[in-house]
Design a protein around this ligand. Structure first.
Ligand SMILES: C[S@@+](CC[C@H](N)C(=O)[O-])C[C@H]1O[C@@H](n2cnc3c(N)ncnc32)[C@H](O)[C@@H]1O
Length: 319
C-alpha cells in the first residue's frame, strides 16, 4: 500500500464491520428479511432496538431495490464492485436469486478480507457457491485474497488509488462492462480528498456505471453531534465531509466528480417507496415506542444513485 499510515483508528473502522454484521444478523433472526448466509459471519446477535432493526431493513431493501434495477437494465453480463464490503452477503444472496454472469468484486482492508476468506473456506455452503470452471478457487498470498470465476475478494486501502487500481486489475475488472459500484457506510470513513479521488476515478474508469451510495447525511445538527460523539467514544471519527451534506448536495457533489446524473433521497423517502405489503409486514414484527427516533434516523441516512452513460440514467426510487 502506498503512502498510507496504518492507525489505531483504522482498527476502530474495521470494527464497524462487526457492528453492521451483528445488526443485520439480529434483524434477520427477527424476520425482517431473509439471509441464509449472515449467520456464518456473525455468530451472535444481541437484540437491537426496533428502530435500529427497521433502519437496517430500509438500508438492505433500499440497496436491493436499486441492485435489481441495475440487473434489469444490463442483464447478467456485468460486474459489481463492493467497496468496503465488510462481511456483506450480497454475493451469495444474488447467487441464489439470479445465477448470473456477474463478476463480483469485493474490496476491504486486508485484515477484513483475510477474515472473510477464512470464514468462506471453513463453510461449505459459502465455498460451494464460489466455483471456477475447473472447480478450483485460488487463494492469494497470505490467505487474504480469494479469486474464482465470478468472485474476487481483494484486500486494499480505498484511500490509495494505486491500491484500488491494483485490486481491480487483480479482480479482472473490465472498463467497458456495465458496472455497479456499491458504497454502503464506507465513504464517511475516508477523508474528503481520498473519497473524492476514489469516486472521480470510478466515474472516469467505467463509462457504463451506476454507483449506489448509502451513507449518513445532514449531520450538521444536534443529532449529528451526538452520533459523532458516540463514534468518537469508540475511537472512530467520521473522517469525511460527506455526511454533513444534505442528500441533494451529496448528489450534486457526484455530478461535479464526473457522473452524468445523480439523485439522492433520505431514508424516510426510501422507506415509503418500499412495497406496501412488506412494509406492513415489517411494522407488525415489533412494537415501536420511539417513532420520533426512527424518523430522526431516516432523516440522517441517504441513498444516492449516480450514473454514467445512458443505460442506467432512468434508475429512480419509483422506477
Ligand atoms: C460499517 S462497515 C460496512 C460494511 C458493509 N459495506 C456493510 O454495509 O455491511 C465499513 C467497512 O468499510 C471498510 N473500510 C473503511 N475504510 C476503508 C478503507 N480505507 N479501505 C478499505 N476498506 C475500508 C471497513 O473495514 C468496514 O469493513
Amino acid at each position: 500500500m502506498d503512502n498510507i499510515m496504518w492507525t489505531a483508528e483504522d482498527e476502530a473502522i474495521i470494527a464497524t464491520n462487526t457492528d453492521a454484521t451483528e445488526c443485520k444478523r439480529c434483524a434477520v433472526e427477527l424476520g425482517y428479511w431473509k439471509d441464509d448466509y449472515i449467520g456464518f459471519f456473525a455468530k451472535r446477535a444481541e437484540r437491537k432496538a426496533p428502530e435500529i432493526n427497521r433502519g437496517y431493513y430500509a438500508r438492505v431493501k433500499g440497496m436491493e431495490m436499486f441492485i435489481h434495477q441495475f440487473l434489469e437494465r444490463c442483464g447478467t453480463k456485468c460486474q459489481i464492485i463492493n467497496l468496503g464490503c465488510g462481511f456483506d452477503t450480497l454475493y451469495w444472496r444474488l447467487e441464489d436469486a439470479t445465477r448470473a454472469g456477474i463478476n463480483f468484486i469485493e474490496l476491504d482492508f486486508p485484515t477484513v478480507t483475510a477474515k472473510k476468506c477464512h470464514i468462506i473456506k471453513r463453510n461449505k455452503q459459502l465455498l460451494e457457491k464460489i466455483t471456477r470452471e475447473d472447480g478450483e478457487v485460488a487463494l492469494g498470498a497470505g490467505g487474504g485474497e480469494l479469486h474464482a470465476d465470478g468472485y474476487h475478494l481483494v484486500g486494499c486501502d480505498l484511500r490509495s488509488l494505486g491500491d484500488v487500481r491494483r485490486a481491480l486489475a487483480a479482480a479482472r475488472a473490465a472498463p467497458d462492462a456495465p458496472t455497479l459500484a456499491l458504497a454502503e457506510c464506507v465513504l464517511v470513513y475516508l477523508r474528503p480528498e481520498p473519497a473524492r479521488a476514489l469516486l472521480a476515478h470510478l466515474a472516469a474508469a467505467f463509462p457504463r456505471l451506476a454507483l449506489l451510495v448509502y451513507e449518513q447525511c445532514s449531520l450538521d445538527d444536534t443529532f449529528g453531534e451526538v452520533m459523532a460523539r458516540n463514534l468518537a467514544a469508540r475511537g472512530c471519527a467520521l473522517a469525511g465531509d460527506w455526511q454533513r451534506a444534505a442528500p441533494a448536495e451529496q448528489a450534486a457533489r457526484l455530478r461535479a466528480l464526473g457522473f452524468d446524473a445523480a439523485r439522492a433521497w433520505d431514508m424516510g423517502a426510501v422507506w415509503r417507496a418500499l412495497p406496501d405489503d412488506d412494509r406492513a409486514r415489517v411494522e407488525r414484527l415489533e412494537m415501536l415506542d420511539e417513532r420520533e427516533l426512527l424518523q430522526q434516523l431516516h432523516a440522517h441516512y441517504a441513498l444516492t444513485v449516480a450514473t454514467r452513460g445512458d443505460l442506467f440514467a432512468d434508475m429512480d426510487l419509483n422506477a
